[in-house]
Design a binder for this molecule. Sequence first.
Ligand SMILES: [Zn+2]
Length: 118
Amino acid sequence: MIQVTCHCGAAALTAPSAPVEVTECNCSICRRLGARWAYYNPLEVTLPAPATTQVYVWGDRMLAFHRCKACGVTTHWQSLDGARDRMAINARLMDDLDWGGIRIRQFDGADTWKYLDE
Ligand SMILES: [Zn+2]
């Protein structure tokens, strides 16, 4: 189990395992957040208490980005479009992650919607 916490600790998640790879996306929101996304099945993740996060939804309203109400750190996103088999956790919030063994992939969410390393 991997613990995921915002800066103040109010918003905490638990992931089933450390990611093998994470995604950095250059779309308009991800590049601003600076997040490294690790994808999981929502059924495998323990989510923060709803009262601890605020939600940001924009554009075509496919994703809900959650951030801690107290410290503002973005913790994860969840799908709003019915593709409920996938969510993303901001791996930068994972405790004691060994980044040396994790593949960091670049996703061109701004334009082609393809991985740039393929
Ligand atoms: Zn916080």
